[in-house]
Design a protein around this ligand. Structure first.
Ligand code: GLA
Length: 389
């Protein structure tokens, strides 16, 4: 199984790389985790319910102020330092840096010039919110450096605006909220209308969460995502409600029309999130797993967002089955590639991880990776480690 780098080791690597590239030690640092959504997908932009947790994979930033007003940034992804203001044709990650810097400045957090270096062990393009982690980590570092706190909700909205206005991704608010506001050892029930967050204890004594990456990047994800958002809006208009959160219970007459199938997914998914929250509170793991299975079926059948790779991976998990410890499994995040999430019996986690990889490769020819995750706290500023050579 893939193993994660512990946060202190990642921070240390980041501080060393900063020192090597800028020839001075960092004076600021921040960490933000990735996230996995346990249940409740394509509900957040319909003012619905989601139940994510932050995972023990992080993005680390080490930084130091500059005497001019320039922003120079480098990342392990690109390996070189770029001047951000000049980087419109530069790699995608620089867009997130530019957006977060501009919007925090607009919000009154004025930092002046900055040198920064980024390291991450969150797989990119896999649906584990590496871009939201980057924005939230940087916003957190800027809060710490300026002494001005935005607060979790405002920081999440600001980072969502970076996606909308700079990366042109019309995402909801789930990823940024869990990454900013997660509590260790809990999953978060998030009401995307009231923005009330409820933390539900979720430890790994009896069950583990496994992430299985299809190895297929979410190439079609952005066009399909925007199309589904538009279909949900059309469905709400047809049903005469302001958002699908207020849609009535589906009836037989809803049939197979596309907007009403989308609505049926959202309405039933909101109910599943609520039932899942009760199930994990009661430590009723078979019930929680069954709801995850139903969620995947709904995302596949009514929302048409799973795609062949995810469906093959879920089939492999189902073939291993409950008797071998797979309690439930589903796609997670935007869909169309990316990752699946499995709820498994703790004592069977290693065996399941070892069995699912060859089964999936045999079925698809793709290489998957599987790793366990645990619920960690949200983004925080950190003391930069002291570098001793
Ligand atoms: C992506 C978006 C989220 C959410 C999920 C689907 O991860 O960034 O806002 O809409 O897809 O649940």
């Amino acid at each position: 199984m893939d193993t994660a780098t512990a946060a202190p080791a990642l921070l240390d690597r980041c501080a060393r790389a900063f020192h090597a590239h800028f020839n001075k030690p960092p004076t600021l640092a921040a960490l933000a985790p990735g996230r996995v959504n346990l249940i409740g997908d394509h509900t957040d932009y319909n003012q619905g319910l989601a139940l994510p947790m932050a995972i023990d994979r992080w993005t680390a930033i080490a930084a130091a102020p500059r005497t001019d007003n320039e922003i120079h940034a480098g990342s392990a992804l690109g390996g070189q330092v770029l001047r951000i203001e000049n980087s419109t044709a530069a790699p995608a990650w620089t867009t997130y840096i530019r957006g977060t810097l501009e919007l925090t400045r607009e919000a009154g957090l004025n930092l002046g010039g900055l040198d920064l270096w980024i390291e991450s062990d969150i797989p990119t393009g896999a649906g584990l919110s590496s871009s939201a982690a980057l924005c939230v980590a940087l916003a957190t570092l800027i809060e710490h450096a300026t002494g001005i706190t935005l607060g979790h909700a405002a920081k999440a909205r600001l980072c969502q605006r970076v996606e909308h206005e700079y990366a042109k991704v019309p995402c909801g608010i789930m990823d940024q909220t869990i990454i900013a506001a997660a509590h260790e050892h809990t999953a978060m029930l998030l009401d995307c209308r009231s923005m009330v967050t409820t933390y539900i204890p979720f430890d790994g004594r009896e069950v583990r969460v496994l992430i299985a990456d299809t190895g297929v990047s979410r190439a079609l994800a952005s066009s399909a995502y925007a199309a589904r958002r538009a279909e949900c809006e059309a469905a709400a208009a047809f049903l005469g409600v302001q958002s699908l959160r207020d849609a009535p219970a589906p009836t037989e007459e809803w049939g197979t029309s596309i907007p009403l199938r989308r609505a049926r997914h959202v309405v039933t998914e909101n109910a599943r999130v609520q039932a899942f929250a009760e199930a994990i509170r009661a430590r009723d793991w078979p019930a929680a797993g069954h709801l995850m299975d139903q969620s995947h079926d709904s995302l596949q059948g009514d929302f048409d967002i799973t795609g062949p790779a995810l469906d093959a991976l879920i089939q492999c998990a189902r073939d291993i089955g409950q008797t071998s410890g797979v309690l439930g499994s589903r796609m997670t995040g935007a869909g169309m590639g990316g990752c699946a999430v499995l709820l498994v019996r703790a004592d069977a986690a290693d065996d399941i991880a070892a069995r699912i990889l060859p089964a999936y490769s045999a079925r698809t020819g793709n290489i998957a990776r599987v790793f366990p995750v645990r619920p960690v706290a949200g983004a925080s500023a950190a003391t930069p480690p002291i570098i001793t050579h």
